[in-house]
Write a protein that binds this ligand. Structure first.
Ligand SMILES: *[C@@H]1O[C@H](CO)[C@@H](O)[C@H](O)[C@H]1NC(C)=O
Length: 289
């Protein structure tokens, strides 16, 4: 009696599951839907958008010496390196990473600045993934030198292919990173040029999402202004000028889902830094609280 009841339940469960799957396939159940009382979601591309660890330029910003102290492509500060390490350790533990919905990370995308390449390294090691360098997710402004008055700018190329390969032998570099570097702007990129680029990146990731069969999770190591521009492109695409709508601590994670069927974006987390609080509150940096 007991056995046949269980068998019946199992059969019902299997039937429900099959019907639910069929519902997704035939109706294109997009963000979410209910099939036979079962909560179902379609495939999505999940992006964990990470701001790099504290850079030496960030240290100059905090100390009021940015204009005279900044360099075109700064290294991480000692605190920034520590932030990157605790992020990597956190993401390397599946149950902790699941706080971000990133218990399984399929890919790491990284901006070609020195500070983002270095920030991604501990996470790459912890997950066993080879980060892919993308030259369209660089920080607003690009790579440039400025005079001490900070009103005249000269574009620089950024790290060359050989430099990048020497620093990070496992990373996958696009052809756009060559012997002259990767930054091609004629000077300092304007905020609105960055916003236009972020919209192109949004279209690129929507195209990636639309081609997915199964859900995928991608860690994207980028920058304060670029992530802000990307989020504005999603929510308030008419925004112009400076990046005032969002706050990102160094190595904090903002998690968004891009639905495969519709391209719609859903927000999971904003500026989340449990790895910092868990390790040492003194590691928190990025903007004054
Ligand atoms: C992963 O984190 C959990 C707490 O979320 C902890 O219980 C577990 O011991 C950690 N695993 C490793 C291998 O450190």
């Amino acid at each position: 009696m007991l056995r046949s009841t269980s068998a019946l339940l199992l059969t019902r469960l299997a039937t429900t599951t099959i019907r639910a799957m069929a519902a997704i396939d035939s109706s294109g159940c997009a963000g979410e839907c209910y099939a036979d009382g079962t909560y179902q979601r379609g495939s999505r591309l999940r992006l964990g958008l990470v701001r790099h660890g504290e850079s030496m330029n960030n240290v100059h910003e905090a100390q009021g010496t940015y204009k005279t102290g900044r360099v075109a492509d700064p290294e991480l500060s000692p605190r920034g390196r520590r932030q990157a390490e605790v992020l990597g350790a956190f993401l390397g533990n599946t149950s902790k990473a699941e706080y971000f919905g990133l218990g399984k990370i399929d890919e790491i995308w990284v901006s070609p600045h020195r500070r983002t390449l270095d920030t991604a390294a501990p996470a790459a090691k912890a997950t066993g993934l080879a980060p892919r360098v993308y030259t369209d997710i660089f920080e607003a402004g690009g790579i440039y030198d400025a005079n001490d008055a900070y009103d005249a700018f000269v574009a620089r190329g950024g790290m060359t292919r050989a430099e990048m390969q020497a620093a990070h032998p496992t990373y996958v570099l696009p052809d756009a990173v060559d012997a002259t570097g990767w930054y091609r702007g004629p000077g300092k990129e304007s905020d609105d040029e960055c916003r236009a680029r972020a919209k192109r990146v949004l279209e690129r990731v929507r195209a990636t999402a639309s081609g997915l069969k199964d859900s995928r999770n991608v860690l994207v190591v980028a920058h304060y202004d670029f992530i802000s521009a990307f989020l504005d492109a999603v929510l308030v695409p008419g925004t112009t000028g400076e990046f005032a709508r969002w706050r990102h601590h160094n190595t904090a994670v903002t998690v968004v889902d891009i639905e495969q069927a519709t391209g719609e974006v859903a927000f999971m987390k904003v500026n989340a830094a449990p790895h910092i609080y868990e390790a040492d509150e003194g590691l928190l940096s990025g903007f004054p609280l």
